[in-house]
Design a protein around this ligand. Structure first.
Ligand code: ATP
Length: 296
């Protein structure tokens, strides 16, 4: 289990991380969210031991993270960090060695992963000759080739087509099933909703919302009703508890304060010609925008 306790980091007088705490259990995928500049990369660097925090502690299975546990960690950074003049094989041998793997083990694992990600033919090609998506695959392979206990994924799906996204997802699930603790960061909320049970949202280095996504959605209360048909939107806007009415393709989207308003809306349109009436919880995207907006 990864345990982050009360970490604080200042750059000069700028507080980049302000008393952040969270746990990621074995086999759990945890979402670390925040706007640009919120403190995510700084947090990752502290967890990895690449940057010292001013106070607070980070432990993996009860042990402080230093060079003795770095071979149990995998890190896929947002910025590309491949040495582009090297071949794929040279690159993976280099990263594997940094993680303390034997050459024999690296070569075996490399062949398995290159096959899994359908890029065996690039093994002896220079990184710079690979497409952006294939470079991303090499970066991912470098992060997971040691079967990490802790994996940090910062925008892992950047530059990938939908088929390759599925390939990555399959491998992430595989590591999760092996008990790996995974921290996942993305500005694409649909990926967070799909992968993470728990999350924290940072604003200026401070947690403004944390917990299980299903509880966060329940607490948020606001919901959306999707209606398709002939309705009088001015009448709906007058209902107490209706926040807004907008149009999305063929549907009217009625944002309501809580589920008690559903019945009122339903009554109002019951005599209209309706082909769709669907009630949905607010999306994580809406919650993120609302909560970050409130905090600021
Ligand atoms: P993004 O989503 O844009 O990658 P982030 O959430 O990863 O952003 P950080 O890079 O951790 O945010 O930055 C947090 C704060 O710390 C910002 O105010 C940033 O300007 C500042 N900061 C980050 N790195 C440094 C540094 N090396 N020196 C000084 N200030 C820094």
């Amino acid at each position: 289990m990864l345990s982050v306790k009360n970490i604080v980091k200042y750059y000069g007088s700028n507080c980049a991380v302000n008393g952040l705490s969270f746990d990621v259990k074995n086999g759990e995928i945890f979402g670390l969210l925040g706007e640009n500049g919120a403190g995510k990369t700084t947090t990752f660097r502290i967890i990895m031991g690449l940057l010292d925090s001013d106070s607070g502690t980070v432990t993996l299975d009860g042990k402080k993270i230093d060079y003795t546990v770095t071979d149990k960690i995998g890190f896929l950074t947002e910025e590309r960090s491949l040495l582009t003049k090297m071949t794929v094989k040279e690159q993976l041998l280099y990263y594997g060695a940094l993680k303390g793997m034997s050459e024999e083990k690296i070569l075996k694992k490399m062949d398995l992963l290159l096959k899994e990600f359908e890029i065996e033919e690039y093994k002896n090609r220079k990184i710079k000759e690979l497409s952006k998506g294939n470079q991303q695959k090499i970066q991912f392979i470098a992060a997971v080739m040691n079967d990490p206990k802790l994996l940090i994924l910062d925008e892992p799906f950047t530059g990938l087509d939908p088929i390759n996204v599925e390939m990555f997802k399959k491998h992430i699930r595989l590591l999760q099933n092996k008990g790996c603790s995974i921290i996942f960061s993305s500005h694409q909320m649909e990926h967070i909703e799909e992968f993470c049970e728990k999350l924290v949202i940072l604003v200026k280095g401070k947690s403004i919302l944390e917990g299980y996504i299903k509880d966060i959605k329940k607490d948020y209360q606001k919901q959306n009703i999707f209606i398709r048909g002939d309705i009088d939107i001015d009448e709906i806007k007058k209902i107490d508890g209706v926040i807004s009415v907008s149009k999305k393709l063929d549907d009217y989207v009625i944002k309501i304060e809580n589920d008690k308003i559903v019945e009122k809306v339903f009554k109002k349109i019951s005599n209209c010609n309706i082909t769709k009436f669907l009630v949905e919880e607010a999306s994580l995207n809406e919650i993120f925008i609302a909560k970050v907006g409130e905090a600021k």
